[in-house]
Design a protein around this ligand. Structure first.
Ligand code: AMP
Ligand code: ZN
Length: 453
């Protein structure tokens, strides 16, 4: 079997042939660290995680980079407006570095909570890669791809005839679109900033000297430089959200391919959004919730992971708290069923199951089908520990981990046991309901009462 993935560049599902045998190199556009990540952002990192786990399952070693944008991403997502990090620093009365460090730590906590594998993953920061970005811009300048305006150095899109090839972008449409601002000095509306000069009347917190003047890099050149630094001129797979197709990723392609005369990545993959009503969940619109918000409603991050796995990465989702709660119930039911079945020694055909698993996940990361297959096997009681470990190496749901019961629940259990032994059934039922409302179930078994999440 081989891995097949949908490539936005060719608009086809392709069988993957990596550059190096049995090794895959991947770059994932990472967070801009000016605020908490929302659960939509986490959908994107889960997608990267499933991609990685699928390659690991198939025996590949992994070279993986997730960048951290800590400068240069402007509020317009284009060439104008304030820098998101500097704006957040002013609003919170902190330095840009304090803001970035604070939200980087929260990003790492959230990855861990969702069991996103990061062993060996490189997380470069844009501010640590400024010299490489300057060198890349110089290369583009020396080959005639740039021009200077009042506010910065711009990439001249007309020098790259393939511009817009990713997603077959309709440049006429883009030109008319309101996301591309019209700057009198720009040759075409979709030319984009490589280097921006610091404002004349203001000292920025994050600014650097460059051959063109003091300033800071454009958001797109950062990714091109970080990808090249850690993965070389050409690597296997580049991912991000679908919002990155028209601008950010076409810009990365234009810069890198003009500078290196080589394709940037062979496969481009894009994750669909987590939506809020009929729009993308978004920090700037204030329509977002975080993993911590879910936890405050007694929903565990792994239950949210289960919720996401019920859809393919390329399928949009719509935020409904009740759906996530239903996933939590299904998730704990699955774990409990597995625990019960594993008490018996069952002989199963491991090889045929593993082969079928590979066929499912290697088909463009079909996690919903893989979960459904697991449920079928559980319902047939056709599992053993090794098979569950295999499933979990991809699903990452900690299926074999026994959940610790919190002290508070144990205390309520003791109180209920006492009420029962006193034959105070009203009180005992009240306590059972209280425990249930906290997300746990009391089971009266011949060996005494047990608690299950
Ligand atoms: P940002 O921090 O805004 O640069 O976004 C980081 C990543 O999250 C990018 O790959 C975005 O495409 C992705 N993203 C942003 N909003 C959503 C959303 N509502 N659903 C899924 N992914 C998103
Ligand atoms: Zn990027």
């Amino acid at each position: 079997m081989s891995i097949k993935l949908y490539n936005t560049l060719t608009t086809k599902i392709e069988e993957i042939e990596t550059i190096k045998e049995n090794e895959v190199s991947m770059y994932h556009c990472g967070p801009t660290v000016y605020d908490y990540l929302h659960i939509g952002n986490m959908k994107m990192y889960l997608f990267a995680d499933i991609l990685r786990r699928t390659f690991e399952f198939s025996g590949y070693t992994i070279k993986q980079v997730i960048n951290i944008t800590d400068v240069g991403h402007l509020v317009s997502d284009s060439n104008d407006g304030e820098d998101k990090i500097e704006k957040s620093a002013v609003e919170n009365n902190k330095t840009a570095k304090e803001i970035a460090d604070f939200f980087i730590n929260i990003f790492f906590d959230d990855l861990k909570k969702m069991n996103i594998e990061t062993t060996g993953t490189i997380f470069p920061k844009a501010t640590d890669t400024i010299p490489e970005q300057i060198i890349l811009i110089q290369k583009l300048e020396s080959e005639g791809h740039t021009y200077k305006t009042e506010d910065g150095i711009y990439f001249d899109v007309s020098t790259f005839p393939d511009y817009g090839k990713l997603g077959n972008i309709d440049l006429e449409g883009l030109q008319a679109g309101k996301r591309i601002e019209f700057n009198e000095e720009k040759h075409t509306p979709y030319d984009f900033a490589l280097w921006k000069f610091s404002p004349k009347n203001k000292i920025r917190q994050q600014e650097w000297k460059s051959p063109w003047g003091v300033g800071f890099p454009g958001w797109h050149i950062e990714c091109s430089a970080m990808a090249q630094k850690y993965l070389g001129n050409t690597f296997d797979i580049h991912t991000g959200g679908i919002d990155h197709i028209p601008g950010h990723h076409n810009n990365e392609i234009a810069q890198s391919e003009c500078a290196n005369h080589a394709p940037l990545a062979h496969i481009w993959m894009h994750g669909a959004f987590m939506n809020w009503k009929d729009k993308k969940m978004s920090k700037s619109d204030g329509t977002f919730i975080t993993l911590t918000d879910l936890e405050n409603q007694n929903i565990s991050p792994l239950s949210y992971r289960y919720f996401l796995l019920q859809a393919r990465y390329s399928q949009p989702l719509f935020f409904e708290i009740e759906d996530i709660k239903a996933s939590q119930t299904a998730y704990y039911r699955l774990k409990n069923r597995i625990q019960d079945i594993l008490k018996n020694n069952i002989v199963i055909d491991e090889n045929s199951i593993i082969k079928k698993m590979a066929g499912i996940i290697e088909n463009d990361l079909d996690t919903p089908k893989l979960l459904a297959y697991l449920w079928d096997l559980v319902n047939e009681e056709n599992i053993n520990k090794k098979i569950i470990e295999k499933f979990d190496s991809i699903l990452g749901l900690k299926l074999l981990k026994q959940d610790n019961i919190p002290e508070e629940i144990l205390a309520l259990k003791v109180e209920r046991d006492l009420a029962r032994s006193n034959k105070d059934f009203t009180k005992s039922d009240e306590l059972r309901d209280k425990i249930k409302n906290l997300g746990y179930e009391v089971l009266d078994t011949p060996d005494g009462t047990k608690i299950k999440k």
